[in-house]
Design a protein around this ligand. Sequence first.
Ligand code: C6P
Length: 416
Amino acid sequence: MTPPASAPASAPAYDVAGVRSQFPVLATTVRGKRLAFLDTAASAQRPLAVIEAVDRYERTSHANVHRGVYQLSQKATDAFEGAREKLRRFIGAASSREVIFTRGTTESINLVAQSWGRRLGPGDEILITWMEHHANIVPWQMLCERTGATLKVAPIDRRGELDLEAFRALLTPRTRIASFIQISNALGTVLPVREMIAAAKAVGALTLVDGAQAISHQRIDVQSLGCDFYVFSGHKLYGPTGIGVLWGREALLREMPPWQGGGDMIRTVSFSGSTWNDLPWKFEAGTPHISGAIGLGAAVDWLETIGIDAVQAHEQSLLTQATAALREIPGLRLIGEAADKGPVISFVMDGVHPHDLGTILDAEGVAVRAGHHCAMPVMAFFDVPATARASFGCYSDEADIAQLVAALRHAHEVFN
Ligand code: C6P
């Protein structure tokens, strides 16, 4: 990933020990061994600032939101809507009306597919890439089944990079939306999203960017990106699970019908019909995940105190170091060697199933993910059943890499 241009040459050294001290789980041990948590791509750990914000809310401010006239409900509503404003600022959205709370990336994409997607019909096309997470494949397949639209897939190459020319060639005046990841969870590849957005726009297609793996690793400004929808999950951004965001352009969201009906999303209800609430609540039926939103608001506030540019530089340095060290391990093959990568390394080891590798690493206190990473087409492309995957976050350090490398060398000895 290109280092942030804004990082001053004389920036103070990144205080990884100070960052780590704010994550209680990192002080725990696994089978008596130091925990080397290298599965941040699956879910990031929570800093004390988030844990305490949620705890404070539960102890002092909980009531349902948007409903009560009493003070406690007002307090909860202010905290919930305050969190939305923090998220708006964090992603550079023009208005908090564009920030819709969902359960996460998966629900955000399903919302777009089921609400915006209702307008599609036979002859319309949806373009994705070969590198998508299942969350950005299956909702579109389901939409195509319902509407008769066609799903097209842009190919990748052996390095795990998108074939941008093929992507461009697959865009036609019939393409209604192009939906793609910003960073691959299975390969780490950073996609050229600005070029992809521009190309889609040129044929009149909308764009949805799945920012699940990008949101915690680089500064995101949805307006400067120029996409139409941007989606991410709170739990990959040091916030709670069960909360995420759909950002969409206000004009688009206004035209889109609600996707779930119930409380809070309506203005009036009678047996002859109902009318809808304003944005963003039109898309938030039922009691929301109040503490989750507040925790996510605390997470972005906290991340800003560390500085996302500093986090990105730190993670990129670990990625370079770990990639070089893993290349030296006998029998180990990297899967995904794009020139521009986020802090994710997928690999396989000769003669060892990735699940067995994951188990051996666990015995050494090293937590990596082993499996298809919800990206089965990627596994099929590389002709592997699964990979092991190490991924970094703001708290990852050189000791984690050393522990990973030692455990991998041990695994190689055991199996050979
Ligand atoms: N990837 C991983 O280990 P949810 O589950 O809705 O929070 O996020 C889904 C999702 C969508 N897109 C991308 C690029 C993702 O990486 C993920 C989640 C986790 O890689 C769990 S499968």
